[in-house]
Design a protein around this ligand. Structure first.
Ligand code: FAD
Length: 350
């Protein structure tokens, strides 16, 4: 059986960038992707997310910018990724869901059911979409209404005439409230912390500073925070109708969930039909558990994109690189990390 220089796990922006740069360096590799088709998490985004709604998608390496064509993000971006895989002849096997990566002496073995791939290094690019985060709140199991997470957002029509609680202080909560509030019977926005609004235009320096903060967390082995949690929120034209209805008046978290609604800290009950948890995602890294990469602080400590606990492992699209531009850069850095490891390993053995 072939021993690869690298196995890339995941074919979103980060995995494709890594594969492109590995190929340029002449390093043997294969990309394993759990989805049925190209597009990474973009193919699963909700239908109402148009290309005008997305914040901007960085061009894949050595490809034209996608721009903001008409159409839904969940079809336009996957078509762009599919074209890219073909144009650069990247070897992506799908659907292959990796269950585990094990340490077999000098080599790593990647497992998917009965199938295995043997490799000197891995580049993990599995994103976060498959790990929606649902915080625990007392009473949740007894709620008589409907609860859903952003990951299964069915579009605004589903909420027409209903009383909707939206939980979460990130960009998704702001965007979904913008769609839901104008047609819901009423909406209530609750967040754990006071949301941070950006008062000025987004400036690249502030963006870089925000990414540096997340980078610092990951360097120390802490769980990564989302980049937007440090860049701040802003309302766009499409959210103004909801704003006029008062949808962005933030309320503190409820103290418990009851069958008919949520109990607020002032003791009042806000009757609710639906609770929409826009509470984010966590890195999809369970398959790496056998490698014991987690630090005592609960995150995977990285030096650049290299796992400190095992330098054969690169993580891309993780923490500071969890944006399309960050994923692009991380793919390049990871390919360099793989090459460095292979050079060191071969000089140590000669
Ligand atoms: P993904 O695109 O999630 O790809 C991961 C791939 O790994 C998937 O194909 C999946 O099938 C595969 N995978 C997962 N687990 C396994 C496994 N065990 N085995 C094999 N394969 C596996 N960023 C921007 O820069 N601009 C934006 O406008 C923007 N909008 C966003 C809107 C939403 C709603 C969200 C949630 C995020 C947005 N982001 C945006 C963030 C951005 O989408 C991501 O940071 C980036 O696209 C992630 O790319 P990725 O390659 O890391 O992961």
């Amino acid at each position: 059986m072939e021993t690869y220089d690298a196995v890339v796990i995941g074919a979103g922006q980060a995995g494709l960038s890594a594969s492109y740069h590995l190929k340029r360096r002449g390093l043997s590799h294969v990309v394993l992707d759990a989805d049925d088709a190209p597009g990474g998490a973009w193919q699963h985004r909700w239908d109402s997310l148009s290309m005008q709604d997305v914040h901007g998608i960085a061009a894949l390496p050595d490809a034209d910018l996608l721009g903001t064509p008409d159409g839904r993000a969940n079809t336009v971006v996957p078509a762009y990724f599919g074209d890219y895989e073909r144009a650069h002849d990247l070897r992506v096997l799908r659907p292959v869901r990796v269950d585990a990566v094990t340490d077999e002496g000098d080599l790593l073995v990647v497992h998917s059911g009965e199938r295995t791939w043997t490799t000197r290094t891995i580049v993990n690019a599995t994103g976060t979409w498959t790990q929606p985060h649902l915080p625990y709140y007392p009473g949740a199991a007894d709620f008589a209404g409907e609860q859903l997470h952003t990951v299964s957002y069915p579009g605004p029509a589903h909420f027409a005439g209903r009383r909707v609680v939206v939980v979460g202080g990130g960009a998704s909560a702001v965007q979904l409230l913008g769609e839901i509030a104008p047609i819901a019977a009423d909406s209530l926005w609750v967040t754990r912390r006071e949301p941070v609004w950006r008062t000025d235009e987004f400036n690249p320096d502030a963006g870089r500073a925000a990414v540096a903060l997340v980078e610092e967390r990951v360097r120390r082995g802490l769980p990564p925070a989302s980049v937007v949690s440090v860049t701040g929120l802003a309302l766009r034209e499409q959210e103004r109708a909801a704003e006029r209805l008062g949808a962005y008046v933030r309320h503190p978290m409820f103290t418990r969930i009851e069958p008919d609604g949520v109990r607020m800290p002032d003791g009042g009950l806000w009757p609710a039909d639906v609770i929409l948890w826009a509470t984010g995602f966590r890195p999809a890294v369970n398959h790496l558990a056998p490698l014991h990469l987690r630090s005592e602080h609960g995150g995977i400590q990285l030096d650049g994109t290299t796992a400190v606990a095992d330098p054969r492992v690169q993580l891309v699209g993780y923490g500071p690189s969890a944006s399309t531009i960050g994923a692009n850069r991380a793919g390049r850095v990871a390919a360099r990390g793989v090459a460095t490891w292979l050079a060191q390993a071969s000089s140590a053995s000669s």
